[in-house]
Design a protein around this ligand. Structure first.
Ligand SMILES: [Ca+2]
Ligand SMILES: [Ca+2]
Ligand SMILES: [Ca+2]
Length: 136
């Protein structure tokens, strides 16, 4: 406990004193790096990500895990409806994109763990308005 307190104090001192003590900051960096990698390992699978433009560019309108919306998710009417052009389904579930709100209209399925650089290729560019996860 005492050590942790002293490390925290040192970090605060370094960040407050700025670039002069850059070498001190480098000395404590390994601890920070370890903490970060533990954090990312705790996530088994990534989220579903959907962008405004092809090739994962433009605004990132959707970033969601299946647990975020077990009964399906609405894509925001101002920021996303009929605008999604690329997607990465990093979840272990199939994602069904619907043409309309409320999980209606025609749809297309995005396979688990698959990336779609251009939804035009599956006939769904600028069409999705809502989506559902289908797991196991
Ligand atoms: Ca919507
Ligand atoms: Ca678009
Ligand atoms: Ca639509």
């Amino acid at each position: 406990m005492k050590l942790r307190t002293r490390l925290t104090t040192a970090l605060v001192a370094v960040s407050m004193s700025g670039i002069v003590f850059a070498s001190s900051a480098a000395a404590v960096e390994p601890d920070i790096a370890t903490a970060r990698s533990e954090g990312s390992n705790a996530v088994a699978a990534g989220p579903l990500l959907m962008w405004e433009d092809p090739n994962y560019t433009g605004d990132l309108y959707v970033a969601a895990y299946p647990s975020d919306c077990p009964k399906g998710c609405d894509i925001d009417g101002w920021d996303g409806d009929n605008e999604i052009s690329s997607a990465k389904n990093q979840t272990t579930c199939t994602v069904r994109l619907y043409d309309n709100d409320g999980f209606t209209g025609s749809y297309v399925d995005l396979g688990a763990g698959r990336n779609y650089s251009d939804l035009k290729l599956v006939g769904f560019d600028n069409r999705a308005e809502s989506y559902k996860f289908f797991c196991g």
